[in-house]
Every structure is written in C-alpha cells, then in structure tokens.
Ligand binder design. Structure first.
Ligand code: SF4
Length: 651
C-alpha cells in the first residue's frame, strides 16, 4: 500500500551493540496516534520498564517527526523527543523546532535509540547511509563549536541535535539544541544523550515527502498564509519574538525577582530591561524554523558596550532580560553574556537561572553559606552568575547537587524546600498569582513538570484581561468543544480554568503528533478543522476535527498512564505553597492568587476545587488524579488499562 505523508520506516539503533535496523512503520499505529509525540509515546510505553534509571542504557531516546513534517505545511517542523527525564523521573515528550523535515526526507518517521556507547559518538542519518561515528574530537566542545565542526565536515544543509558540556557532565538541568537554536528537553534530555556518550545526531534527507492531494494541500496553505500575512503583529513577532511582549510582562508581574516574591517596579524596569533599551543594545536578526513564516527566534548581537560584538542565538528572545537581567539586576549586556553561556553549555535557563536566584535567598536566610558555595552570590554581580554557571557545569563541590536541579538542592540544604517554587522539580515562568490563566494552570498538570504546554491561541491567557466572550468565541472556533463542555466551562461571565485546560492540552498534544507548532504566531492561523483537513490532504487518511482532538486526548492519557506507572499522582500536581500563602509585591500592591478575572481570591480549598474540576473534566479520579479504567478503555487504551490493572494501580 502506498503511504503518503509518512516516510514509512522506523530506525532502530542500539549503541550497546552498534546494530542499526529499519522496520516498517505500523500503519494502524499511525492512524491511531498520528505521528510525532503520539507514536513516540506508544513506543515508549512498551520500551520503558517502570523504575528504570533515566541515565541508564535501558532508557531510550525516541525521536518522532510529525505526520505533516516535511510536507512544507506552514509551521510543521516540530520534532518530538520522548524519554524518561532524569530531573524528576517523568516520562514525557520534549518538542523542538527543526530536524523533523530532514528526518522525514531521509526516509524515517521515528528513530529509537537504546543502549550506551563506551566512547563518544555521534549518529549520522543520511538517507540509507546510517552510521555511528567517532565523536572524540567534538566531545568537550560547546554546542556551537561542535555543531560548526559537524557542519564543516558534512556541509551546511544538515540538521543537528547537539549537547554541550552540561549534557556530557549529566546535569539534570541540561538540554540539547537543534541547529544551535531550538531548545530540546528541559529536565535533562542533554544528560540522557550524555549518558549514552551520544554527542550529536546529524540528519540530511533527499527524498522529499509524497502527498495524497498536493493541490488541496496548496489551497489549505494559501488560506492559512492569508491569515498569517494579515496578522497586525507579524512584523513585531518576526523582529523581536517574545521580547515584543516584555513590557506587558513587566507591567503584569509575569517576570519576577527575589525568588518569585517581587514584581519589579514597571516603569523603572521597562526603562532598563524593556523592548526599547533592549533594541538599543542588541541587534536582532529573525530566525525561522523550516516551513515557518512568522518566526519567533532571533540571532542576537550586542551592538555596543561590554561584550560588544558577541553574537548568539535566542530561541526565546525574552530570556536574557527576563531570566537574567531582572532577577539578578544585571545590565542587558551581561544578561546576554550569561544567556550565551547557557546556550553553549546546553543548560536549561529556566531551571539554571532559578537555582542561582534561589541560592541567593537561601544564602540571605543563612541556610547555605558562601563557604559551602565556594563563592559569594549577590545581586548585581554578573561575574558571580557566570562563575556559578561554570561551577555547575563542572559539578564543583557543593554545585554537584545544584547540577541535579531543584531536587538536588532540596536534598542537600535542610529547610530549603519551603522556599522553592516548583512543579515536579521544575521552575515556573508563569506564576498563577500574576495571572491564573490556562498557561499557569497547565504548569501544574503537565506530567513532565512546569513546562510550557498549555499555550492558548491568541488571545493568550498568560496575561490578564481577555474578555470571557472573546475566549469563548476562540474556543468555539479553534478547539471544537461540544456544547456540554462549553456549558461546564463558561458560566456567569466567568470560566473555569480547571475545566478548560484539558481541552487545550489535548489539542496541543495532537499538534505535536502532526508536528505543528502551537505557539501564538503559528497557532492562531490554524484551528482543529484546518489541521484535520491538512492531515487528510497530505496523508489521504480521513481525519475530522473531533477525531483530531480525541487522538490528542488518547495520547495525553497514555502519557499520564506511563507516569502513573512511575508513581505520579495528584500530590505531584498541587499548587506551589508560595502561590497559596504569599502575595507577589509590586510597587505597593499585593497580588494574591485570584481567578483569571481577578474578582475572587482563591483559597487553598478553591485551588483544590480547580484541580478536582480538571480531573473530572478529564474523566479521571479526582481523589488520586489518575485516569479511571473506564476512561482508558473508552479512547482505545484497553491494553494499557489492563497493564495498570495487573500492576494493582487501577482498581
Ligand atoms: S513560531 Fe517559532 S517555534 Fe513555531 S515554527 Fe516558527 S520558528 Fe518554529
């Protein structure tokens, strides 16, 4: 049978034995799980035995191209990478922009890497020519140097997943970069590659993708292209990416300092770290992932002052100002330098910068001393941030525990846990006290940890002020919710964040299955109907918007089942204590946890009720926070329900 859209092959590589094999893609699996995160999760459930060491050879790395990747559907270049993450032991899928189209053109939908090499290696996938090659000359190099060396050897057209020294040193807060730009794998994906002595994966494909109905694909693309080109914010997104929202995030205390206790004074902070001072110091060149027409990434270059001429990449351009400048009160030049260090070493900025911020508070409170740290940490001292970063990467003394992330610090410093704001061992960006939108709530329920996943198509609820009617209209158009769900979510001019979040999570999961970006700039030009139509036109397999959402739910439930098997339950989804007991202070005002419309203060009981509503909407048991047997059986996960039942988890 001729396959359209899919490459039709799964590549299996065992680094223990060096064996490389190819097998046919299971077409039924493709119909049931679409691709990308879906097929990855289905494979991972079978391969990952509960309780395995994430840094042991038995933990696989499963890469998956989305079903639409490679067909040049706008914004469809998302790669899914599934593994058990060392930071918190969760099984999950990290997503990055790029690599997937080339993988498909090389002839593969998925790659399953198991085992570990004794010596540094990299994997090269060039159509049928698949090899495990010596990486001893690039081991020890940072991500930029190693990627450049691979490009020098194999040409500029390759796509590269690469780790830096942080991944090599098994930092549980390490990640990989795709093409020196896109982050892949908060929670220690870099360390999983490092534990396999796998420095990089290089791909180049020449085969293209056959489409079932290229003319229809073209018509759908013209339609979404029209929507993209009329977005009045498009030029701004292209030029500045998320830095374009910096001023609004500062005004609304989304960007915090003093370990999530203080929103910096808006006017002064915008004048120092907002878009205007940023553009005076930093020159930005737009960078787009393959097939993207409204990119949000930048190559950035410091124009003047300290570090003038420094050029680096910014997948999330707001990160220099937001994660370094504001919390550490250092100038933009130094903040970009810190960001560059993190990019090169392959450290997750959200966790790495947060850990240093947390240690400043713990040091001030006398819970850790400068003798223990081997240095003095203080605000306004960029050199200290850089020194701390170096110590982390070298796992020097006390910093060995910091390299293990929030769980490492909590395990090492008595009394630290009550000062930590985290979810499943990961630091937050969106704080529910600043805005209890879908994005902040989704940090609690994401099985992987406080990782951005529940992004809503414009208008996003990461900022306050979206009128209820507008949100309801958006939900109608984009997510195809039935009347029953709408009634449960929207009433009395308000909406229930616990009830709406599952539907956004299902949708975004399904987007990961087809490889489609769901960030605002791309997400807003599609809806479930156009995505389903594009899938049908590319693959020839009929798909409706309702089925698209249902498959997202199936994959989400399966991911949850895999994590329930690892021992995760409702206790891991709870609200951070600081959200419930302390306000954010910003210039004389206090921001307590409130509902999205900011009319009602949320007590601990209200917060628990929101979680109850979330589990009920999902059809899970609110008491345990795990899927019920009925729920797992209904979306086609019967075998997995039986597995959980046999293990005594489902009753
Ligand atoms: S918006 Fe950004 S992440 Fe999404 S496809 Fe474009 S470049 Fe990639």
């Amino acid at each position: 049978m001729e396959l359209y859209g899919y490459a039709g092959k799964v590549l299996r590589i065992d680094l223990n034995s060096g064996s490389i094999s190819k097998e046919n893609l299971d077409v039924e699996m493709a119909r049931d799980y679409l691709g990308g995160q879906g097929i990855n999760t289905r494979l991972a459930y079978d391969i990952i035995e509960p309780g395995i060491d994430p840094l042991g050879p038995e933990n696989p790395i499963i890469l998956g191209a989305g079903a639409l990747s490679g067909a040049l559907v706008i914004g469809s270049s998302k790669l899914s990478a599934t593994t058990k993450f060392p930071l918190n032991g969760a099984i999950g899928t990290a997503v990055a922009c790029g690599f997937a189209p080339q993988l498909k053109w090389a002839g593969y939908d998925n790659v399953v890497i198991t085992g570990a090499s004794g010596e540094p290696v990299y994997l090269q996938i060039f159509d049928d020519d698949v090899r495990i090659s010596d990486a001893s000359d690039i081991w020890g190099k940072d991500i930029f140097e190693a990627t450049d060396a691979l490009r020098e050897k194999h040409g500029d057209d390759i796509s590269v997943i690469c780790i830096g020294q942080a991944g090599e040193a098994l930092l549980k807060i390490s990640l990989a970069l795709v093409d020196k730009m896109s982050h892949l794998g908060r929670g220690g994906f870099g360390a999983v590659m490092g534990s396999k002595k796998l420095k990089a994966i290089v791909v180049q494909g020449t085969r293209g993708v056959k489409m079932a109905d290229p003319e229809l694909v073209q018509r759908i693309l013209e339609f979404v292209m029209g929507r993209a080109l009329t977005d009045r914010n498009r030029e701004r997104w292209i030029q500045y990416g998320l830095m374009g929202v910096a001023d609004a995030w500062i005004d609304n205390a989304v960007l915090l300092r003093d370990n999530k206790r203080e929103g910096p004074p808006p006017e002064e902070t915008k004048a120092t770290y907002g878009l205007k001072p940023w553009s005076e110091v930093v020159e930005t060149t737009p960078w787009a992932g393959p097939s993207c027409i409204t990119c949000d990434k930048n190559i950035i270059r410091i124009r003047k002052g300290k570090f003038a001429g420094l050029e680096t990449t910014a997948s999330v351009p707001i990160s220099s100002s937001g994660y370094f400048g504001i919390p550490f009160r250092i100038d933009i030049n130094s903040a970009v330098k810190c960001h560059d260090l993190f990019q090169r070493y392959g450290i997750d900025e959200l966790d790495g910068a947060y850990l240093i911020e947390l240690l400043i508070e713990l040091q001030d409170k006398g819970l850790v001393t400068s003798e223990q740290l081997g240095m003095e940490l203080k605000l306004g001292d960029a050199e200290a941030v850089m020194q701390a970063t170096e110590k982390m990467v070298k796992r020097e003394g006390f910093w060995d525990s910091v390299a293990d992330g929030i769980p490492g610090v909590v395990g090492k410093i008595e009394g630290a846990s009550k000062h930590v704001v985290q979810q499943k061992g990961m630091a937050h960006v969106m704080d529910g006290r600043a805005c209890m939108g879908i994005e902040a709530f989704g940090y609690l329920t994401n099985p992987r940890g406080a990782q951005t996943f529940s992004l809503v198509r414009t208008p996003a609820t990461a900022l306050p002020g979206v009128p209820t009617e507008l949100l309801q209209g958006l939900v109608n158009t984009h997510y195809q919710l039935g009347a029953g769900a709408q009634k449960r979510i929207f009433h009395d001019g308000k909406w229930n964040v616990g009830r709406i979040t599952p539907h956004i999570e299902n949708h975004n999961t399904a987007c990961n299955c087809v490889g489609l970006c769901y960030r605002f700039f791309i997400g807003r030009i599609y809806n479930a109907v156009t995505i389903a139509a594009a899938y049908s036109a590319v693959t020839g397999i009929p798909l409706t918007a309702e089925k698209f959402q249902r498959i997202g739910e199936r994959v989400y439930n399966l991911q949850k089942a895999a994590n329930v098997r690892e021992g995760f339950s409702r206790k891991d989804d709870s609200f951070p204590e600081r959200w419930l007991t302390e306000p954010i202070k910003q210039e004389g005002r206090e921001l307590w946890l409130q509902d999205y419309t900011k009319t009602d203060r949320l007590t601990r009981e209200d917060a628990e009720a929101l979680l109850d509503a979330y589990y009920e909407e999902r059809g899970w048991d609110p008491k345990s926070g795990i899927p019920t047997k009925e729920k797992l059986v209904s979306p086609g996960l019967k075998d997995f329900a039986a597995d959980l039942e046999a293990r005594g988890i489902l009753t």
